[in-house]
Design a binder for this molecule. Structure first.
Ligand code: F0G
Length: 343
């Protein structure tokens, strides 16, 4: 199976490095009846949880790792709220590298930690935030054997922009994109992708709408948040690395970055599963929460819109246990008792 490097080789420059793949990209773009009806628009969901390690991170990781291999690096290092580390450690396992991941102790979802453990990562849980972890990672830049694979690595952005290409290849030009924002690499990457297809094929540029969790919304508040808090641990970030680029994307596209509450996030998370059959992790539902909350403000009705759903719900089983709408019936092992529940 081709991955994004092969599929978009005209747009992703890896020089004379050998292309690699774990089958990332080519994720489903589903029409959402539930959201289309609710908003009065044509709403699509880009299901990024279908990437090899269960999140959009694989799109960028494959390019960063391809170049790390080319440059004879030995160790992949990242700070992470969970998904980057799961992705980095998967590619490290596959391509014979060491992965060392620095995560905020106690604030990474169980499924993501299990992935890193399964892939054999060196897991360093710091008593600090994601932002603290990223500050440490930045100091490792000059170590020869180490490749930093956070989105401050430009190859990550190069890979992640492929999602914008896929959307335009699948359904043509769109009016708006709704996307969760944490460290702001992904919104930066989509904007780059849309701009490149705009120059090459003339597709119009969509308006970019980024959504942060209220308790972790530094871009919205225009100030660093020292102690970010949200149920959406993936975007629990107080000082995003690509802050300026995110602002650039929304300013030039005439979009916006806004906040959604944890309650609104969970509501969208539950409803997306119930009505569209897409089980995502909480952070991934922030784009949908934003679409619903700001639908009137930004006149989303009548538009063709894509919501990026960034990661798989299986990564965060504790949240689903707490908020899923079904309950478990414990019954005796006989047909009558089972039928009572079915009926
Ligand atoms: N959604 C999910 C599921 C994520 O894991 C992240 C970021 C985002 C959205 C936000 O994307 O940072 O590019 O704005 N996760 C990073 C990590 C920070 O370490 O896995 P962003």
């Amino acid at each position: 199976m081709n991955g994004i490097i092969e599929n978009y080789k005209e747009f992703i420059d890896i020089g004379d490095a050998n292309p690699i793949s774990m089958g990332e990209g080519s994720t489903p773009l589903l029409n959402s009846n539930f959201l289309s009806k609710k908003i009065g628009a044509d709403v699509f969901i880009k299901v990024e949880g279908c990437n090899p390690s269960g999140s959009f991170k694989d799109r960028g990781m494959v390019v960063a790792v391809c170049m790390a291999l080319h440059r004879k690096k030995r160790v992949l290092v990242c700070a992470s709220t969970g998904n980057t580390s799961a992705s980095a450690s998967a590619y490290a396992a596959k391509f014979g590298l060491v992965s060392a991941i620095i995560v905020p102790n106690g604030n990474i979802a169980k499924g993501k930690l299990s992935q890193a453990m399964a892939f054999g990562a060196k897991i360093i849980a710091i008593n600090g935030s994601f932002d603290d972890a990223l500050n440490i990672v930045r100091k490792l830049e000059d170590y020869d054997e180490i490749e930093i694979v956070n989105s401050i690595n430009p190859y990550r952005i190069e890979g992640q922009k492929s999602a914008a290409f896929e959307i335009l290849d699948d359904i043509g030009e769109i009016d708006s994109l709704c996307i969760p924002v944490g460290n702001a690499g992904n919104i930066t990457a989509y904007w780059k992708g849309f701009k490149e297809y705009n120059s090459k094929f003339g597709f119009k540029l969509p308006k970019m709408y980024g959504f942060q969790a209220e308790g972790a919304s530094p871009i919205v508040k225009n100030e660093i948040i020292e102690n970010p808090e949200t149920i959406a641990t993936a975007i629990r970030i107080g000082n995003p690395a690509s802050w300026d680029k995110a602002n650039e994307a929304v300013t030039y596209s005439d979009g916006a970055i806004k906040a959604v509450s944890d309650e609104e996030i969970i509501d969208s998370y539950v409803n997306l599963a119930r009505h569209d059959g897409v089980f995502c992790e909480p952070a991934s539902a922030a784009g949908i929460a934003g679409l619903i909350k700001y639908s009137k403000n930004y006149k989303f009705d009548g538009q063709k819109i894509v919501c990026v759903v960034t990661g798989n719900g299986l990564k965060d089983p504790s949240t689903s246990e707490k908020h899923a709408s079904s309950k478990i019936f414990e019954v005796n092992s006989n047909l009558d008792d089972v039928l009572k529940i079915i009926n």
